[in-house]
Write a protein that binds this ligand. Structure first.
Ligand SMILES: CC(C)(COP(=O)(O)OP(=O)(O)OC[C@H]1O[C@@H](n2cnc3c(N)ncnc32)[C@H](O)[C@@H]1OP(=O)(O)O)[C@@H](O)C(=O)NCCC(=O)NCCS
Length: 237
């Protein structure tokens, strides 16, 4: 995985009340917000073209964003005109348009699911959002039938390692000088998706659902790559 410029330092209290959140497949319109978080999180940062490639060229990539809802989710009382307006603004089946809190990317290659990146906005860290994103990607790996999940993490990035350990990832090997900007080693961490991992995942997900009002349009949704995008969404921004 990528080099994190600065991992979360202080822990903010978890929110006491559920807030409406939506986890969904990333879209082209999300790229500027995602690049902004990326620049604050990684060195070197991925640029617009890298994300555009992941979204519309890559055959293995599944990109996720976590969004705080600006508007209440659609209820049965929402009129068909309001629903249509929401769709035209980019809302998905159960999500309105909101602020991007974080994002992640998982590649499915043969039996392996590879988490290539995950980050939350520095001002939002310590609120459980990274965990929601990781859980979403574990759920996606299960949906895709992967046998295991793998990622690389800097040996000094204790925050991320804690998060992965919570979900049962363990150290599989050490990659010497993996990060070329300062020659730091990486831990290769893996999670075999066996019965134990599935049970642990189910328990953690249940606990998370109780804490947040979360609409999950990612982990068991279909990849939207075939959806045609309007031309102006492709402009480099
Ligand atoms: C790693 C990252 C995604 C975690 O996101 P987050 O939203 O801050 O994490 P959460 O609030 O969901 O915390 C989930 C778990 O992470 C660990 N964690 C989070 N903040 C921590 C901290 N300050 N100290 C120690 N552990 C911490 C804990 O295990 C925590 O679970 P717990 O609350 O049950 O103890 C975030 O810090 C980040 O974007 N870092 C920069 C980019 C990066 O390093 N990405 C990973 C590259 S391998």
């Amino acid at each position: 995985m990528r080099w994190a410029a600065e991992a979360g330092k202080r822990r903010a209290p978890k929110p006491a009340l559920p807030m409406p959140l939506c986890m969904r497949y990333m879209r082209l319109g999300d790229i500027p917000a995602v690049v902004a978080i990326d620049r604050l999180s990684f060195e070197p940062a991925w640029n617009y073209a890298s994300y555009r490639f992941e979204l519309i060229e890559s055959q293995v990539s599944h990109m996720v964003v976590l969004e705080r809802q600006a508007a209440p989710r659609e209820s049965a009382r929402t009129s068909w005109l309001e629903k249509l307006r929401g769709r035209l603004n980019g809302a998905s089946a159960s999500c309105a348009v909101g602020d991007i809190l974080g994002y992640g990317c998982i590649w499915r290659i043969a039996d392996e699911a590879h988490i290539s990146t995950i980050a939350t906005h520095p001002s939002r860290r310590g609120n459980g959002y990274g965990e929601i994103l990781l859980a979403g990607m574990v759920g996606k790996a299960l949906q895709l039938g992967a046998g295991y999940i793998v990622l690389e993490v800097r040996v000094s990035n204790q925050v991320a390692q804690n998060l992965y350990s919570k979900y049962g990832f363990s150290r599989y090997g050490r990659r010497r000088r993996y990060y070329t900007n300062n020659n730091e080693d990486a831990w290769d961490m893996r999670l075999r998706l066996d019965g134990v991992a599935r049970r642990r995942f189910a328990q953690l997900s249940e606990r998370m659902q109780a804490r947040y009002e979360l609409a999950d349009d990612f982990s068991s949704a279909r990849h939207p790559r075939r959806v045609r995008m309007p031309r102006d969404h492709l402009a480099v921004g």
